[in-house]
Write a protein that binds this ligand. Structure first.
Ligand SMILES: [Fe+2]
Length: 333
């Protein structure tokens, strides 16, 4: 069987054209002719930008394609062409050098793959993701509001802890915005388990009996129970971080008395921010103890109770970056 190369190229699903060093079109396949509505004869000899300019200029000077002629490897690009008011086509464009028998670059092969349906699917998924984020935000706000309705101090505490946690998380993993956002949400919910504790106990823990304090200590496990089956999609378990936020490096925390590396990074961050906020700000049963006392607590117990790196970040946020807790009227995400 004799193989007709032209026929093969004309049946390919990609639009292809070959462009010479002078930016003139040397050859194009059938799909490219159909795309621009011009036949081969007319295309041959015309400039590559006469019908479909994929470079950054509409002329020879500083043409994007010069890089290919200089044997540079260019990344694939997405190009969207508007066909009409309501219709556009998106191509994934690849440029590769076209070489002679001596391996010298004598032109460019340009492939245009129609990825319109992929892009439409991607856009729909992005819109769905955005809607999911809005629903997640409203759900978190509803949970925070639920506790606020009976214990405004815990709700305010969670919001302020989330401000500090966000800054600490940003310093720990500046490149991971998704994780930082997850940490902020975790902090907003970290005491959600207090919803099961009588409000009068929460409001006055200075005179708590031992059994009442034991009841308060259940809140991290209750919070875990509330959120354990919820996948927030942040790449870590918010429920596990909440379960461990009262654990301490030396094993003196609760509920499991975990030590060192058995405690999640997320929980270690929550622990430091939780203590600093709780000591700095006013509680129903006492005035705020002040920032110096809060920083003294975490610094004097760094490496023993609290992760030293996180303590250092937290101290620097207050002392160098002048971080301040902001009063917020409502939960937000
Ligand atoms: Fe807590």
């Amino acid at each position: 069987m004799e193989v007709d190369n032209t026929q093969i190229f004309d049946t390919l699903p990609d639009s292809i054209r070959i462009i010479g060093k002078d930016k003139k079109i040397i050859w194009a396949n059938k799909l490219f002719e159909d795309l621009v509505g011009i036949d081969k004869e007319e295309l041959n000899g015309s400039k590559c930008y006469d019908y479909l300019c994929l470079g950054k200029t509409l002329g020879d000077k500083d043409c994007y394609l010069d890089k290919v002629l200089n044997d540079e490897v260019l990344p694939q690009r997405e190009i969207t062409i508007k066909e009409s008011k309501d219709k556009s086509i998106t191509f994934l464009v690849t440029h590769t050098p076209y070489r002679n028998e001596k391996e010298e670059v004598i032109g460019i092969v340009e492939y245009l793959r129609d990825i319109t349906s992929l892009v439409n699917t991607r856009t729909a998924l992005e819109e769905q993701l955005m809607r999911s984020k809005i629903i997640l935000g409203k759900t978190v706000n509803a949970l925070v509001s639920a506790i606020e309705s009976r214990d405004p101090y815990t709700a305010g505490h969670q919001r302020k802890v989330s401000q500090l946690v966000r800054q600490v998380a940003q310093a720990v993993k500046p490149e991971d915005r998704h994780w930082v956002e997850g940490m902020r949400v975790t902090a907003q919910l970290h005491d959600i388990g207090k919803i099961c504790i009588p409000a009068e106990i929460l409001a006055n823990p200075t005179t708590l009996k031992k059994e009442e304090f034991e009841l308060i200590k259940l809140h991290s496990a209750v919070g875990y129970g509330i959120l354990n089956n919820v996948d927030f999609g942040f790449g870590f378990s918010i429920a596990d971080a909440i379960l461990q936020h009262h654990e301490r490096l030396n094993g003196g925390g609760y509920p499991a008395g975990l030590t060192g590396d058995d405690i999640l990074l997320e929980a270690k961050i929550l622990a430091v921010a939780d203590v600093v906020e709780a000591m700095t700000n006013r509680r129903p049963y006492r005035e705020g103890l002040g920032l110096p006392a809060a920083l003294d607590e975490i610094e004097s117990n760094a490496s023993e109770k609290y992760d030293k790196d996180i303590v250092d970040i937290c101290r620097d946020l207050f002392m160098k970056e002048k971080f301040k807790f902001q009063e917020t009227a409502a939960a937000s995400i």
